[in-house]
Ligand binder design. Sequence first.
Ligand code: GDP
Length: 359
Amino acid sequence: MTKNKSALNVMKGIDVPETVSKDAAKRFLSKRKKELKVDEAVEGILSGNISILSAAITLIESNLPKHQKKAAQIIEKCLPYSGNSVRIGITVVPGVGKSTFIEALGLYLINKGHKLAVLAIDPSSEQSGGSILGDKTRMEQLSAEKNAFIRPSPSSGSLGGVARKTRESIILCEAAGFDTVFIETVGVGQSETKVHSMVDFFLLLMLAGAGDELQGIKRGIMEMADTIIINKADGNNIDKANLAKKEYENALHMFPPTESGWTPNVLLTSALQNFGIEDVWLTIKKYLELTKKSGYWLQRRNNQAKYWMHETILESLKNNFYNNTKRKKLIKDFERKVQQGKISPFEAAHMLLNKYFSK
Ligand code: GDP
């Protein structure tokens, strides 16, 4: 660990705090010593048992084939009870005050009698093997609420795999009675597209005063937004926030009309001072009313289901192809030959695939 003394490596020394849910799941599994049965899991989830919900999500996240099989059966049985939540994507730029915002909006909803699940897709998981700080420590008040369930991003695997697991977790959360689900991500890579493909409403949280480039925000992400929020609109920052609001409003006007018929808007919030939080929820409600009436909401959910069928097929094929000891060795051999220019990448791919399909 002392190999590299660069300050950039300090993070590696920090223990990743466990979350309530993961702890609960582990305790639950270790207390029982034997594994959760499918029917027991489904019954527990439908009765709103959080420990069982957590344990079932742990099965979804596991890469062991026997866990995956069990998870698939649990999901299948929960499916008829799912679909009834408002699914909200929250994409943030770094430093925007994500945890403070989610906590403020979350507590507002809990006080209104909602049951809220907060799930995540962490773009860093592919490289770092997990987020650096757990969500529990950052959303202390919200995680203490019995009607809130906070679960960090699955911590390993490809982005596609992580997103699929989050998508499946939504189903279990809905079956457990959560009527509102947040899916959060930091919009610096591809994860925001995955989030967009599993939610009804897409919020983009930005900061005033830092240019789009500085915030790492691509035009494509802005185009996905149903509402852009400029957080930290307080204190000395108010003028800058108002200016940014105008700029973003102008930028949104340049985009082509949305398929949903909704006109994306820009809101100011101060999560710290609880300003503008109610407006966010009222906006979401207005959007739902409009899109449910027009039929767009259902059409979008149906299209998302189709998309996820294909994503699941692609992921299974990929896993099946790559997770084979003999083939791994063969792939390495071919990689070497390709690098040495002894064979073209296309020929190598065709030979490997032909071998796979004729097995
Ligand atoms: P995250 O890293 O994006 O999850 O950000 P946090 O929610 O942990 O907040 C980072 C810092 O920004 C903290 O010091 C917060 O107190 C501060 N912060 C969050 N929201 C606001 C806000 O609305 N206004 C101001 N002035 N500060 C905020």
